[in-house]
Write a protein of this length. Structure first.
Lengths: 167, 167
DNA sequence: ATAAACTTTCAATAATTACTGAAAGTTTAG
DNA sequence: CTAAACTTTCAGTAATTATTGAAAGTTTAT
C-alpha cells in the first residue's frame, strides 16, 4: 500500500465510522482530510479532493467549526479562507466528548429525571417505570461524570495514572 | 405527568436517543418498552403498544437478541414467544459496550494499524499520515482497553471505587 | 461605488434507511 | 399427516437524510 491508497482508505474508513456513530459522512471525511494534511486547505481544495459540492463543503465545514474541532486560518495575502483541524488526538477527543455530552447526554439526563419523578400511585407498573428510569438516570450521570473527568485531565494524567491503575 | 404520559415520553426519548447514536428507532423503542414492562411481552403486545408492523417487530427483536440484550422467554402452555430485556442497567451497559467494541472499534483499530504501517518514503505527507493514524490507533486502543476494563468490573467496583476516585 | 472573489443559503433531487404487509416458512397439537 | 398458530423473509413503498448547484449574500481591492 502506498500513500494515495492509504490516504483514501483512511478518509473512507473515517467517513463510514462517522455514519455508524450518527455523524454525517461528508463531515467526517472533511475532518479526516484535514487531519492528515500537512497544511491548511481551502474550500476549493476540499471540494476537489473529496469530490463534493461547494454547498456541502460549506455546510459541513461550518458544523465542524461549530463543534470546535476545525478552525479558520487566515493566510495573509490570500482572499480565500483556509481550514485546519485540531491535530492532537487527545485534544480532539476532549472536544468531541464534551460536545456530545452537552448536546446528547445532558438533555437525556434531564428527561429521565423528569420521568422518574412522576407521582407514585403505588401500582406495580408505575413503581417499575420509576425504578428503571431512576437506574438509567444514575447510570447516565455516572457515565457522564466519568467522561468529563477523564476528558478534562492533562494528557498524561489519563495515559499514565489511570491506565496504570486499570491495568 | 401520570403513568401513560411518562411511559410514552420514556419510549420516545429512548427511541430518538437511539437514532442519534446509530441505532434504529424501532429497535430502541422495543427495548425501552421491555425495560419498563413488569412482565414478558409477546410480539403481538409489542406491535400493538408501539403501533408497528409484524415484520418490523420481528426483525428488530431478532437484532436485540443478537446484541444479547433481549431474550426469549418460554411461557409454559403458551404457543407464542415472549420477550424480556436485561433489567439491570449495569449489565445492559456491559453488553452494549462489549458489542460496540467488537463490531465497531476493533475493526477500526485493525484498519488504522494497517494504514500506519505503510512504507515510509520519507516525504512530509507520508510522515504526517503515519504519525496521525498512529496517534488515532493509540487513542482507540487506550479507549477500548478502558472501556473493557470498566465494563468487566463487578457493579460495585465501578460505582464505589472508581467513582470515589474521580470525585 | 462597483466589480471580482469568495461564502452561504436553500429548493430541488438523489441516496439511504426504515417499515409494511402478505407470502413463505416453521413448529406444535391432535 | 394436516391444520392451526405462530414467526420470518422480502419486494415494494414510505420516510428520512444528504447532496447538489445556482442564486443571494458578503467582503475586499481599487
Amino acid at each position: 500500500m502506498e500513500y494515495l491508497e492509504a490516504k483514501e482508505k483512511f478518509i473512507s474508513t473515517w467517513g463510514s465510522l462517522g455514519t455508524l456513530w450518527g455523524i454525517n459522512k461528508a463531515m467526517a471525511q472533511i475532518q479526516a482530510l484535514l487531519f492528515i494534511s500537512t497544511k491548511p486547505l481551502s474550500m476549493e481544495d476540499i471540494m476537489e479532493e473529496l469530490k463534493i459540492s461547494r454547498g456541502n463543503t460549506s455546510t459541513n465545514l461550518r458544523q465542524l467549526i461549530d463543534w470546535g474541532i476545525v478552525t479558520k486560518k487566515i493566510i495573509t495575502g490570500e482572499r480565500k479562507e483556509y481550514f485546519t483541524t485540531e491535530k492532537d488526538v487527545q485534544e480532539l477527543a476532549r472536544h468531541i466528548a464534551k460536545e456530545r455530552s452537552r448536546r446528547e447526554i445532558q438533555p437525556v439526563i434531564k428527561i429521565l429525571k423528569e420521568i422518574s419523578s412522576i407521582e407514585n400511585d403505588q401500582t406495580e407498573k408505575t413503581k417499575e417505570l420509576i425504578k428503571q428510569t431512576k437506574s438509567l438516570h444514575d447510570l447516565a450521570e455516572t457515565a457522564d461524570a466519568m467522561l468529563h473527568k477523564i476528558v478534562n485531565q492533562e494528557q498524561n494524567w489519563i495515559t499514565k495514572s489511570l491506565l496504570k491503575l486499570i491495568k
